[in-house]
Each structure stands twice: as structure tokens, then as C-alpha cells.
Write a protein of this length. Structure first.
Length: 465
């Protein structure tokens, strides 16, 4: 019986350790959901929102660029007509550098730049002004329509990428619910295991439930633990990558990644992405993606100023006076100049509007909020909690599997005595260890002492010396 007592004590310790592991595993699973999965899911959805915000900004810029392209194409047509008309609009004034128009002093206001001939007439030189305007209009070339179309194509590519990213988020949004269900399943199996241990401890575990526990619950629980090990490996790998991205300067890390992928990215898209990461935060700023349009605006402004001056002079002199002095009808040219001025002003407005849409302040705050709040704070915090909790759960689960003997009924001293039909009495019932033991069988009344019990055979028989 001594050996039976030793076995009984070992089983008791095993069951206690088993139940302690289960008791720790359950609240750890709750922490896994609350501090891990929920925080990571929040970062997941915040990143998705920032992707949608970026998509909205891109759509807004596409509208601006499209408006600029339409305005530029219209300006090209008006510019071509204006150059053609200005080349011969007033033969007496534009035939040569020294050609001037003779006008009556009474017909011309004093604000018009002219030379008083002293005989009641004045000479007005339109040659230099017309020539300078034509040269300026020529320098405007295509009004950056091809450049605007390239920007439009790049923005459309960026929008396509954001749509793909958002679709990926939508397709994987189920991961949180799967993780919660998976964790709850592990908890249910753990509770069943613990209930089985309690039933085996109190000898109230039905044979059917013991078999279910052995052939169903245990294999499923072991399989889930194997999957958890894979999850631990995956999450720790993701955590290391996330930590590397956020260590030091996230901007420099992102730029390094962009440079590694430079050959795979459309050049203008690469320049724009680099600018919106570097241009607003780092000291060494890259070239602005709108530098072409920034350089174009001064030429456009010059064209507007010269058009305004010529239009004003034509208005001041008067269509009838100017037609008489030029000996040609200049009304059509005057109307074209007015329309040209309006068109150039519209292009200027659309260009400035487009440049404003591509400001760093429209993109960088979205990037910064996502990088620092969603990825580098909530992301790292959630992944760390998931890794720690999963590691603890897996270790505890493997310990419970290794101690699965705790869920099986093991005969104790009373069971052996009852099975062998013995009537055992102790001299001191309060302290049974080391006391005199009286063993009576049904066949005789032989008294022995405890030391006379030699062993419990493999077949369960009790041998008395």
C-alpha cells in the first residue's frame, strides 16, 4: 500500500499542476483577445482608413489635373489663333521695328505710351509689344499638357494601387473573427480537459467521456497547439519586421525600401512617393514632383502680363481709331486678345490649383498618422501582446498535453482495499502513516503489521508476508 500512496500523491501533484496551467491559460487567452487581437485589428482598420483617405486625395488631384489638361488644350488652340492674327493684325504697326501708327492727339488718352509729333498727332509703336507677346506665347509651347497627362497617369496608377490595397484589407478583414473563434475553441477544449481532470479526481468521470477526451479532445487540442506554434513563428517574424521599420527614423527606413524597389516603380510615382516621405520631414529634400509646373508659371505670368498690356492699349486707343490707323479691321484681333487673356488666366488658376493639390501637407499627414500611430504604436503593441500571450498559451498547452494522465482515473488505496475485499483498520486513524495496520480477509483473521505488507503485484493482488 505504500507504493499506492506514492502513486496517489504523484497523481495529485500532476492534477494540481494541470489545473494551474489551465487556470493561467484561460485569462491569458482573454488578454490575447483584448490586448492583442483587438489592438492589432484597430491598427488594421486605421491603416485601411488612411488608405481610403489617400485615395480621396488622389481622386481630388485627378480632378484638378483633368481640369488643367482641358484648360491647357483650349489655351493651345486660342494661342495658335492669337499668334496667327498678331503676326499681321496691323500692317502699319507690325511691318517693322520703326513702323508707328499716326493717331490724333484728341482721340488718344494721355495714359497711352506714345510720342507727340507736335503737329496734333502722336506716334504709337506696337511692334515691340506685339513681338514680345508672340515670342512669349511661343515659349509656352504645349502648356505642359503632356506633362499634366503624365501626372494624371501616375496618379491613376497610385489610385489603382490604393484600390488593390483596400481590396486586400476587405478580403482579410475576417482574420480578427477567425482569431477570436480559434482562441475560444482552445478555451473550450481547455475547460473540457479541466472538467475531465476534476471528474477523474473525484472518480465521477463516465467511461464514455473518458474515451471522448482521449480520442477526440486530446487530438484536436494537440493539433491546435501545433497551429499555435506556427502562429507564434509568424507573429514573431512580423513583429521583427515591424520593429525594424519603426526603429530609428521610419522615414529613412521607408526611403531605403523605396530605393530597393526603385526599378519596379514608375519613375514619377517613385519621385512623388519619395518626396511625400522625405520632403516634409527630412533635411535633404528631393526635387518636388511639381517642379515642372513651378517653373512654367513665370512664363505663363509673363504671357498674361503682356496680353493684359496689349489688350489695355487696344481698348484705350479704341477699335475704330485703331482700325482706321491700321487700315484693317482689328476687332477680331481685339476679341481674340480678350479671349486669350481669359484663357491664360484660367490656365494659371488651374495650374496653381493643381500644384496646391500636390502639396506635401495633403499627403504627409496621412502617412505620418498611419506610420506612427497605426503601425509603429498600435501595430507593435498589438503584435508584442499577441506573441507573448501565444507563447505562454502554447507552453501551458504543451504542459497540459504532457500531463494528460491527470485526466485518467487512477486507483487509490481505498480502491485497492475495496477491490481485494480487505478490511483495513489503523491503530491511529488520525495519523495513518507509520502506524500498525490490521489486515483481515474473508477467509481468516490474521493480524499483521504494516511492515509485513510486502508488495502490490502487477495483477493488483495484495501480498502479505
Amino acid at each position: 500500500l505504500q507504493e499506492v500512496k506514492v502513486i496517489e500523491k504523484r497523481i495529485r501533484r500532476i492534477r494540481i499542476v494541470f489545473l494551474i496551467c489551465g487556470a493561467i491559460l484561460l485569462p491569458t487567452s482573454l488578454a490575447l483577445i483584448v490586448a492583442g487581437f483587438r489592438v492589432l485589428d484597430g491598427a488594421f482598420h486605421e491603416t485601411q482608413k488612411n488608405v481610403l483617405r489617400t485615395q480621396d486625395v488622389i481622386n481630388n488631384n485627378l480632378q484638378r489635373v483633368d481640369a488643367l489638361i482641358s484648360s491647357g488644350k483650349q489655351a493651345m488652340e486660342v494661342r495658335d489663333v492669337a499668334i496667327e492674327q498678331l503676326s499681321s493684325w496691323c500692317p502699319n504697326a507690325v511691318a517693322g521695328e520703326n513702323q508707328t501708327l499716326l493717331l490724333s492727339v484728341q482721340d488718344i488718352p494721355s495714359t497711352v505710351d506714345a510720342i507727340d509729333n507736335g503737329d496734333g498727332t502722336i506716334s504709337v509703336n506696337l511692334y515691340n509689344q506685339t513681338k514680345e507677346l508672340i515670342e512669349t506665347l511661343d515659349s509656352l509651347e504645349d502648356f505642359l499638357v503632356p506633362g499634366s497627362e503624365r501626372v494624371e497617369e501616375t496618379l491613376m496608377l497610385a489610385r489603382h494601387n490604393t484600390v488593390q490595397v483596400n481590396d486586400t484589407f476587405e478580403e482579410t478583414s475576417w482574420w480578427f473573427y477567425f482569431a477570436v473563434v480559434f482562441t475560444i475553441l482552445v478555451n473550450i477544449l481547455t475547460l473540457l480537459f479541466m472538467a475531465g481532470v476534476c471528474g477523474a479526481w473525484t472518480y465521477r468521470l463516465p467511461m464514455f467521456l473518458e474515451r471522448v477526451q482521449t480520442y477526440v479532445i486530446f487530438p484536436v487540442f494537440s493539433g491546435l497547439l501545433g497551429l499555435l506554434w506556427l502562429c507564434v513563428s509568424g507573429f514573431v517574424f512580423t513583429l521583427v519586421l515591424n520593429a525594424d521599420l519603426c526603429s530609428g527614423s521610419p522615414e529613412e527606413n521607408v526611403v531605403a525600401i523605396l530605393h530597393q524597389k526603385e526599378q519596379e516603380i514608375e519613375p514619377l510615382l517613385f519621385d512623388m512617393a519619395s518626396y511625400y516621405v522625405e520632403g516634409c520631414t527630412l533635411e535633404e529634400k528631393p526635387e518636388k514632383p511639381t517642379i515642372l509646373f513651378d517653373n512654367f508659371l513665370p512664363y505663363l505670368n509673363t504671357g498674361i502680363v503682356l496680353s493684359q498690356k496689349l489688350t489695355t492699349k487696344i481698348g484705350a486707343i479704341g477699335i475704330s481709331n485703331l482700325s482706321r490707323a491700321c487700315r484693317s479691321n482689328v476687332k477680331g484681333t481685339a476679341n481674340t486678345m480678350t479671349y486669350l487673356l481669359q484663357t491664360l488666366s484660367d490656365v494659371q488658376e488651374k495650374t496653381s490649383y493643381m500644384i496646391q493639390g500636390l502639396y506635401c501637407s495633403n499627403f504627409n499627414p496621412i502617412y505620418s498618422k498611419n506610420m506612427y500611430d497605426a503601425i509603429c504604436y498600435d501595430g507593435v503593441r498589438g503584435l508584442t501582446a499577441i506573441f507573448v500571450c501565444l507563447f505562454i498559451i502554447t507552453i501551458l498547452g504543451m504542459t497540459m498535453v504532457s500531463l494528460r494522465v491527470a485526466a485518467h482515473e487512477v486507483k487509490n488505496e481505498s480502491n485497492w482495499i475495496e477491490e481485494l475485499g480487505l478490511n483495513v483498520e489503523y491503530a491511529d486513524e488520525m495519523n495513518m502513516e507509520g502506524k500498525e495496520l490490521h489486515c483481515r480477509t474473508d477467509s481468516n483473521d490474521v493480524e499483521i503489521v504494516e511492515q509485513a505488507v510486502s508488495e502490490v503485484a502487477d495483477d493488483g493482488a495484495l501480498h502479505c508476508a
